[in-house]
Write a protein that binds this ligand. Structure first.
Ligand code: NAP
Length: 277
């Protein structure tokens, strides 16, 4: 499809964005839906975020995705922040309506739950251990708390885990903090999820001693590809999943928010997988 004067734009604001898989995924969706929309990534320096947001509104962008390091700092620049984004304390999706009103959403938590469903994993009634308490953990814990029997949070910096559990406690009674990853604690969980950045870089230590895992557990990692943790857990015969599904489904939900239509999930998945070949 040709770009013309009426082509709409959705932008990713991050710094840097060169590694992002989102342009490929969203442009595949817009193309398949036959929408006159394009998705472009912009490296927005932290000091320039306000100007970029004002520019997006002035130029009538259809919407935004927001990534590191702007997910939190953009919030006061918006006219409204939806409750799930307010709880998480971060926005990953912005809609800009005809009157220039900017509304912040966060699709990470619901995206994660959709990815579990797509993998045939039901978190309902399960005891889940989440390692890490950054933005991604906050998003998935809030969604998991809606159906899991228990959501336990462990974090290197215990204060941050305590704060997350306290925040979850406003709406849920099934969130707890655990202060050490010992065998007794770890074996009590049905699902163990790495929501730390450990595994992103070669040579990172494992987020958990895999010798503590037991048969029957499900082991997940929010990192988009297989990690040493997943390889070890898979080698033990455990069911594993990586963060590719969450990336896909948060994108599906964002696209639906911008366009009002369910996007073509398979075209989006294919576009993501192609980037890994
Ligand atoms: P974040 O807010 O920066 O949080 C990072 C977390 O990792 C914190 O809990 C931090 O602990 C922990 N951590 C970092 N280095 C550590 C170390 N050396 N030892 C132990 N813990 C360490 O990041 P985030 O946005 O939550 O992202 C976390 C992970 O999720 C990343 O790998 C990211 O790629 C992934 N992610 C995936 C998706 C998806 O769609 N699949 C979406 C978002 C994020 P402290 O509090 O102690 O520093």
């Amino acid at each position: 499809m040709e770009i013309n004067a009426s082509t709409g734009l959705v932008a990713l604001f991050g710094y840097p964005t060169g590694h992002s898989l989102s342009p490929a995924m969203h442009n595949a969706a817009f193309r398949t839906m036959g929408l006159d929309l394009r998705y472009l990534a912009f490296d927005v320096h932290p000091g320039e975020l306000r100007d970029a947001v004002i520019g997006a509104r002035a130029m009538g962008f259809v919407g935004l995705n927001v990534t590191v390091p702007h997910k939190e700092t953009i919030m006061p620049m918006l006219n409204e922040v939806r409750p799930e984004a307010a709880f998480i304390g971060a926005v990953n999706t912005v809609t800009i309506n005809e009157r220039g009103k900017l509304i912040g959403h966060n699709t990470d938590g619901r995206g994660f739950m959709k990815s579990l469903e797509a993998e045939g994993i039901d978190a309902a009634g399960k005891k889940v251990l989440v390692i890490g308490s950054g933005g991604a953990s906050r998003a998935i814990c809030a969604s998991l708390c809606e159906c899991a029997a228990e959501v336990a949070v462990y974090n290197r910096t215990a204060d941050k885990a305590a704060r997350l559990v306290m925040d979850l406690g406003i709406n849920f009674k099934n969130a707890v903090q655990i202060e050490s990853l010992n065998a007794e604690a770890v074996r009590g969980y049905d699902m163990v999820i790495n929501a730390t950045s450990l595994g992103l870089d070669d040579g990172d230590p494992l987020p958990i001693d895999t010798g503590l895992l037991r048969a029957g557990q499900i082991v997940g990692d929010l990192i988009y590809r297989s990690t040493p943790l997943l390889q070890k857990a898979g080698g033990m015969g455990l069911c594993t999943f990586n963060g590719m599904g969450m990336l896909l489904w948060q994108g599906v939900l964002s696209s639906e928010i911008w366009t009002g239509q369910m996007p073509p999930v398979e075209a989006m998945r294919e576009a993501l997988l192609k980037r890994f070949q």
